[in-house]
Structure formats: C-alpha cells, structure tokens
Design a protein around this ligand. Structure first.
Ligand SMILES: C[S@@+](CC[C@H](N)C(=O)[O-])C[C@H]1O[C@@H](n2cnc3c(N)ncnc32)[C@H](O)[C@@H]1O
Length: 233
C-alpha cells in the first residue's frame, strides 16, 4: 500500500467526527485569513475533505479544491455541487488553470507524503500558475526532529480544548495499531528542516520566509510563505 492508496479510503487519522469538523474549521479559518482580496483566486492543493471550504470561498472570488484521491474528490463534488465559487479538480486537471492566474496556493499537511522529487515537480507547477504577486503557502511541514509522540501531544492539547479528549485517547491507541502506524514505519514521512525548505524554495525561484506560527493545531510543525522571484538573473 502507498500513501496515495491510504488517502483513497476512510482514514483513522480523525478520532471522531468532532475532531474532523474542528480540524477543518481551524484550517479554513487560517486559510481564509491568508486570502489577499475578495476577488482572489485560490487553490487548496491536497485539500482533503475540506469540510469548511465555504468559509474560504466566502473570502475569495474562486476556490479550486484539488485532491489526488478519487474518493475524496467524489465527496467534495457532492458537498459543494451548489457552490458557484468552488471548483473540484484532480491533480491532472490543474493543467486547465491558466498560467499566472492564481493569487494564493495553500498546501497544508501534504509534503510529508510526497518524495522530494514529487515536491520539486509540484513547485515548478505551482510557480507557473501563480500570479507575479501571488503567494505559495506550505504548511504543516514536519521538521526532522519531530516524532509521532510530538503529534500525539499536539492532538491531546487540541482535543482538550475541543472537548474530545476521551475520544482522542481511544483514537491514539487505535492509530497505534492501525495501517497508518504501519505505513508510517514502512514508507516513512518526508521531513524538512527550516534551512532545507528555504534553500529548496530559493532554488526553485521563490523568495521564501518562515511564518511564526503553523496553520492548524500542531505548532511543532512549520509554515512557509513564498513569493515568485520576479526578475531572475
Ligand atoms: C493529510 S491530508 C491533508 C488534507 C488537508 N489539506 C488538511 O489540511 O487537512 C493529505 C491529502 O493530500 C492528498 N494527496 C496526497 N498526495 C497527493 C498528490 N500527489 N496530489 C494531490 N493530493 C494529494 C490526499 O488524498 C489527502 O486528502
């Protein structure tokens, strides 16, 4: 099984519905805060179920939701069929987005599931689709020293605040025995140090900076903002 197969099914990542709802609510709030104008064209790449995408759509002119898993896209299409501002896309369909037409691309909690080569290819694609003044936001990037224990601690903090601590404790025990744990041990997750990420983004024609806080609940992970370099020598 690959990470792609894993995401094309119901995953044990969320301990219950409340966890999933609160997670997507928080992510949507943070993405909406990054939208530069009410007319902005936004791409949420690797969006997952994006339960609160209406909040982002309300803040922008058009919202593209792109996910690699057909099952996830089916659910998105069903959920947002009546939303004129939301367009659901497969990664292959990104070609249909005109070059230099996006104001904001957000990639939250995806890079750990991609190889360094896949990430490099996507950086090229994203850069091409961004307007000269557009911004790429890479969030929930896992630093090399972060462990599954750090993720568990962050989840428990989120669960405590969100009123689902009991379910989180049960969920953590379940995840330990789940496919996710086996896959994490077998396939691993891709980590980046702050320096590696800054360097990679510079090499790919961006002006990067690390944001002081991460998107979502896990502040042990990192978020980077990157603007296309306008004049390359
Ligand atoms: C951890 S989830 C993150 C979902 C969402 N961004 C969030 O913040 O909760 C990763 C998502 O990325 C999708 N994905 C994995 N590989 C992908 C790829 N190469 N291109 C597009 N989406 C991908 C998966 O199907 C999954 O829905």
């Amino acid at each position: 099984m690959s990470w792609r197969d894993f995401w094309n099914a119901d995953t044990p990542i969320y301990v219950n519905d409340r966890h999933k709802i609160l997670h997507y609510r928080l992510v949507a709030r943070d993405i909406a805060a990054l939208v530069p104008s009410p007319e902005a064209v936004v791409l949420d790449y690797g969006c997952g179920e994006a339960l609160s995408a209406r909040r982002v759509a309300a803040a922008c002119g058009r919202l593209y939701l792109c996910d690699g898993a057909p099952l996830v896209r089916e659910r998105l299409e069903e959920r947002f069929a009546a939303e004129p501002k939301i367009v659901v896309l497969s990664p292959e369909a990104i070609d249909a987005i005109a070059p230099a037409s996006l104001d904001l691309i957000v990639v939250n909690s995806l890079l750990q599931y991609l190889s360094v080569e896949e990430f490099g290819d996507l950086l090229g694609l994203w850069r091409e689709r961004l307007k000269p003044a557009g911004r790429l936001v890479l969030a929930d990037v896992i630093p090399p020293d972060a462990s599954a224990l750090d993720d568990a601690r962050a989840l428990l903090g989120f669960a405590w605040q969100g009123g689902f601590l009991g379910a989180a404790l049960v969920g953590l025990a379940r995840t330990t025995l789940s496919e996710y744990r086996t896959l994490r041990a077998e396939l691993g997750l891709t980590h980046y140090s702050e320096g590696e990420m800054i360097e990679t983004l510079r090499e790919r024609g961006f002006v990067p900076e690390r944001r002081p806080s991460n998107l979502g609940h896990n502040q042990g992970r990192m978020t980077f903002l990157a603007r296309p370099v306008l004049f390359q020598r």
